[in-house]
Design a protein around this ligand. Structure first.
Ligand code: ADP
Ligand code: MG
Length: 332
């Protein structure tokens, strides 16, 4: 049942279209269940050994980053208050914290106790009361994470969760391995964190469908190559109580599910960790603040879908987005 839910989640946001391979390279596919989702890797080229090494690297990273696995470095940090981190975990924590600062705390790696209070970690959903949230918010502050060399420590009650950036980081690591092995065309779909390596077999850009948050259809198709695409949305993991829908992306200022007027955000860029972190953060920030950040940075593009179903794309995607719907192009 777990797997079924995860498979449904994976299908949720971004979909690869026109997968027909017409290149001469050997095609290999692998599916791995890790990081609470289904990961699909398709290589056009490379050998079985490469695929095996990608699979074991995923498992290795999961074993380091997991909040629930008793042997993980993050588990140790959360349960003892300090831990010595391996290079991988330190890389991700450092990059994640940089993104926390860049986004003014819309991304906050210490939001885990609040996510748990809502039941998103177990599926036993509940709405925490105001007092409870007020108490939990005291433990939520990415600036209170202490790093000294390879040691990280946190205050009592604080807990770290890399869930908003871990799949993006994993995509970066695997993409580098695939490229290093000389594979010219590959597709990695790590639970909706998509890495498009090179062009599709036979040439030309890949088609990535952006799902309509309000139906099973796509709102449009992005024509992309050699980049990452990641979506965060409110309709993926949520529950309903007394006629209100509560979803899994938390506004670290309020402890409540983010209510910024957006139904989904898709980020396109070269770095998976950045795309993953920003898709979560811009979902919290909303359209206006998200566009302000985009204007200040030059390493990503975005597709926003509002609660009203309006579509906005940043100008770098002009010409790469096919849609039957009307949409607005945002300028720098
Ligand atoms: P998903 O992992 O579902 O693809 P995201 O990348 O947007 O989606 O990450 C959401 C996960 O990150 C949540 O399940 C939760 O564990 C955690 N999270 C929720 N809100 C925040 C936030 N504001 N900052 C950092 N992590 C968050
Ligand atoms: Mg994310």
């Amino acid at each position: 049942m777990f797997l079924k839910r995860a498979a449904a989640l994976t299908a949720a946001f971004l979909m690869i279209i026109h997968l027909c391979g017409c290149g001469a390279e050997k095609e290999q596919e692998s599916m791995v269940f890790a990081m609470d989702t289904v990961m699909t890797m398709r290589l056009y080229g490379g050998d079985e050994e490469l695929m095996k090494s990608l699979e074991s690297r995923i498992k290795e990273l999961e074993g380091l980053f997991s909040v629930t696995d008793e042997g993980s470095e993050i588990y140790e940090l959360n349960h003892t208050g300090s831990a010595e981190l391996s290079d991988d975990t330190m890389d991700l924590v450092a990059r994640g914290l940089e993104l926390c600062r860049t986004t003014g705390g819309a991304l906050d790696l210490t939001v885990y106790p609040i996510v748990r209070a809502w039941g998103f970690t177990t599926g036993e959903y509940r709405v925490p009361n105001e007092d409870e949230l007020r108490e939990l918010l005291k433990t939520c502050d990415h600036e209170k994470i202490n790093i000294s060399g390879s040691m990280v420590s946190i205050d009592e009650g604080m807990e770290l969760d890399l869930g908003a950036v871990a799949k993006g980081y994993t995509a970066d690591v695997l993409t580098a391995m695939v490229k290093e092995a000389g594979v010219k065309s590959a597709l990695l779909d790590l639970g909706g964190n998509i890495s498009l390596i090179g062009e599709k077999p036979g040439g030309g850009s890949w088609g990535v469908g952006v799902r309509d948050p309000f139906s099973e259809e796509n709102i449009g198709v992005l024509r992309l190559s050699d980049c990452m695409a990641v979506t965060s949305g409110s309709y993926e993991r949520n529950f309903e109580q007394n006629g209100r829908v509560y979803h899994h992306i938390i506004d670290p200022d309020t402890g409540m599910p983010a209510d910024s007027g957006l139904a989904s955000v898709t980020i396109i860029g070269e770095e998976g960790t950045l795309c993953d972190g920003l898709s979560t953060a811009l979902f919290v920030m909303g359209l206006e603040d998200g566009l302000d950040l985009w204007r200040r940075m030059d390493d990503f593009e975005a597709v926003f879908v509002t609660d009203e179903g309006e579509i906005f794309i940043t100008e770098g995607l002009e010409g790469s987005f096919d849609s039957e719907h009307s949409y607005e192009v945002c300028r720098r």
